[in-house]
Design a protein around this ligand. Structure first.
Ligand code: GLU
Length: 297
């Protein structure tokens, strides 16, 4: 059975991009007769707020996007992250790094706009004398990673472009790349549907899955919502929080827009349909609706 999920970070209300991820992951799981889990990605403690979590839950409920089972939280999974980290440490796959962000920025060659700064590998073969470990990094060793994405097709990449990446942060908490792999494994998630903004992270997560000997989920990265000029929309200007007065009563309109964005063609008789009716109809559609929005090869 397909087990999909939606994993919002409670750092703000849902916006049009996260609505597309919610609707797309719900549709793919539900149209395949599967389950759709909800996880609150509250790893980054200081940026997460209870009021945002409440707002996200209320908004999903008002759209009629109901989840299966109990909500899970990253903040409850710290022990599991520590165990996975220990496994990676025993494999010799991670090492402590004493570099500060500013040092890395100084020593790395200037990245192209929008690209991550590559880690120059300073602490790969041991901490410099007198240095204390800050973060822990996973060795990528220029490994070739290949995985299938339902929309993009086969993706093959070499993991040395961004270099060894952080799995445990200097502040002491585990990094998103490790946490997300452990979370999905713990809850039996076998389908990960999310926005194209996370496509660059996927090879790193695939590597962690492989090192830990865990099966890969099916991936599908959905197109990003952009403005007329093709630029990514700012989260603040595109909130779809139904606590926001301007959005009240717009549930079905926003759902229709999300379906169309994802490539579903809504029949004329559903133009006036309620969100419940729209979701009911969408569940019976083929689960490869995203083919209409297939990414260019
Ligand atoms: N929590 C992440 C976000 O809100 C998504 C994690 C994921 O889908 O893997 O961007």
């Amino acid at each position: 059975m397909i087990i999909g999920r939606f994993a919002p970070s409670p750092t703000g209300p849902l916006h049009t991009g996260s609505l597309v991820a919610a609707v797309g992951s719900w549709l793919m799981a539900k149209s395949a007769g599967g389950q759709w889990l909800l996880r609150i990605d509250d790893l980054d403690g200081p940026r997460c707020r209870q009021e945002f979590e409440d707002d996200i839950l209320r908004t999903l409920e008002r759209f009629g996007l109901s989840w299966d089972g109990a909500i899970t939280r990253q903040s409850d999974n710290t022990e599991a992250y520590a165990e996975a980290f220990e496994q990676l440490r025993k494999l010799g796959a991670v090492y402590p790094c004493g570099c500060s962000r500013a040092e890395i920025a100084r020593s790395a060659s200037a990245p192209h706009p929008g690209e991550e700064i590559a880690y120059p590998g300073t602490c790969r073969s041991g901490l410099l004398v007198g240095r204390k470990p800050r973060a822990w990094r996973l060795r990528t060793d220029g490994v070739q990673i290949a995985f299938d994405d339902l929309r993009h097709g086969r993706i093959t990449t070499e993991l040395d472009r961004t270099g060894d990446f952080v799995v445990k942060r200097a502040e002491g908490f585990f990094a998103y790349q490790l946490a997300v792999v452990v979370d999905d494994q713990l809850t039996g998630v076998n389908q990960v549907v999310r926005g194209d903004d996370l496509l660059d992270s996927t090879p790193r997560q695939v590597l962690i899955h492989q090192l830990l000997g865990w099966p890969l989920p099916q991936y599908c990265h959905l197109p990003l919502v952009t403005g007329p000029d093709g630029a990514k929309l700012s989260k603040r200007d595109n909130t779809v929080s139904l606590a926001d007065g301007r959005m009240v009563g717009k549930e079905s309109e926003l759902l229709r827009w999300s379906f169309q964005f994802l490539g579903l063609v809504i029949p004329a008789e559903l133009v006036e349909a309620s969100s419940g009716e729209l979701l009911h109809w969408a569940q019976s559609q083929p689960s490869d609706f995203w083919l209409k929005r297939k990414a260019k090869a």
